[in-house]
Write a protein that binds this ligand. Structure first.
Ligand SMILES: C[S@@+](CC[C@H](N)C(=O)[O-])C[C@H]1O[C@@H](n2cnc3c(N)ncnc32)[C@H](O)[C@@H]1O
Length: 321
């Protein structure tokens, strides 16, 4: 277990995890190749259907073996094999909590059929009664609060729906984009999963680490990570990506780095331009209130300390280079 902690290991996840004898992961996020012919450095994304399904069973079982009893297991998958993943999950004893649809913008154009703009994300748990779900960490202001100013609204906001439309694909022009990997997940999407389904200090495993998005999100949120990736090139590059995160410090007098990250995460989750929130007193008050709920602290946040950061951040990660 110690061999894995806060490392990206180069290898085949089935073989690497096969050598582990005890469950160590509190949360697993897996984004395998979808078998749709993407060009990876070391993996052929064009297997015969039966072979791909057999391989999917193998890696899902290897992951389940290292998932702690109260652990959660998220799997991202495309249309072609979503039904298989759902059925394999049942067969190996996982319990489905949500079938999430990630509806993204900036999908690729098509000529003869509707353009693909979604990915399935299965949210499974090992034990249907015992699991981590930090609802306060993902709550957003409700329609009752935002639109109707309804006094009966829950002041803690609401849990987001199971269709996630607030995270765009990471396009080539985005600052967040690591140019050396063909299909990078948005870090904010991973942050939502990690914030809700793990606690600080927990271990988050990604068996298909790719550009290191899960590890980066885990590090930002104070979790441990364990990544496995078959390509040496991707491992080397993702380690560089993680090293640049170590140096992050807050330049703000009132908010520390954790509070700043949370502020950015909330502004993405609310799916409203930062300027719009900053320019509307009611929205700004709701934003500050929701930020306090998410941070779950006694510290009094006021609009005066939040406003300049909000004006400044313009949601860094999704902005253009
Ligand atoms: C869809 S990408 C993951 C992208 C990642 N979520 C990110 O945001 O960068 C799948 C990755 O799995 C890696 N891979 C394929 N087979 C593997 C295996 N058996 N073990 C470990 N990694 C593997 C590929 O090299 C590729 O980088």
């Amino acid at each position: 277990m110690k061999d894995f902690l806060n490392k990206i290991i180069c290898g085949d996840c089935i073989k690497v995890l096969g050598k582990v004898n005890e469950p160590f992961a509190d949360l697993i996020f897996a984004d395998p190749p979808f078998n749709i012919g993407y060009k990876y450095d070391r993996y052929n994304d064009n297997l015969k259907k039966e072979k791909y399904i057999a391989w999917t069973k193998e890696w899902m079982a290897a992951c389940k073996k290292v998932l702690k009893p109260a652990g959660s297991f998220y799997i991202a998958i495309g249309d072609d094999y979503a039904a298989n993943v759902r059925i394999i999950g049942d067969k190996i004893g996982l319990h489905l909590r949500n079938w999430i649809i990630w509806h993204y913008s900036f999908g690729q154009h098509t000529k003869q059929k509707f353009a693909r703009s979604h990915t399935h994300i299965f949210y499974f748990v090992n034990d249907e009664k015992k699991f981590t779900f930090n609802d306060f960490a993902v709550r957003i202001p409700s329609g009752r609060q935002l639109i109707y100013s309804d006094k009966r609204a829950n002041s803690k906001g609401r849990i987001p729906d199971d269709v996630w439309a607030e995270f765009s694909r990471v396009c080539g022009t985005f600052k967040e984009r690591q140019g050396w990997h063909p299909c990078q997940m948005p870090e904010n999407l991973l942050q939502r999963i990690i914030a809700v389904s793990s606690n600080p200090g927990d271990c988050v495993l990604d068996p298909f680490s790719g550009s290191g998005t899960t590890a980066a999100a885990a590090r930002r949120l104070g979790r441990n990570f364990a990544g496995i990736e078959i390509s040496k090139v991707y491992v080397r590059q993702s380690i560089k990506r993680l090293e640049s995160l170590k140096k992050q410090k807050s330049q703000n007098l009132f908010l520390d780095i954790k509070e700043l990250n949370e502020l950015k995460r909330l502004s993405v989750d609310m799916n409203l331009p930062a300027q719009r929130i900053a320019g509307d007193k009611t929205l700004l008050n709701l934003f500050v209130n929701q930020l306090s709920v998410r941070l779950n602290t006694q510290k009094k946040l006021d609009t005066q300390s939040v406003l300049p950061v909000l004006m400044d951040c313009k949601i860094d990660d999704n902005s253009k280079k």
